[in-house]
Ligand binder design. Sequence first.
Ligand code: F3S
Length: 64
Amino acid sequence: MRISIDFDKCSGHARCVARAPELFDVDDDGNSFVLVDEVDEADVEDAHKAVDVCPERAISVHED
Ligand code: F3S
């Protein structure tokens, strides 16, 4: 599984970081970014929860 962020939608709420700090971080300008290329099996549930908590619906996950 991979995670992508739509940077046109992300407004820096950082709820993704609060929910899954192993997967996301936010820079000083309030832009979130993904910390991993591939989501570990143990973090898949957190990835889905991050999708759910983002108020801008900026996060998506992709199975590959
Ligand atoms: Fe951005 Fe949503 Fe996270 S707005 S900082 S991707 S909670």
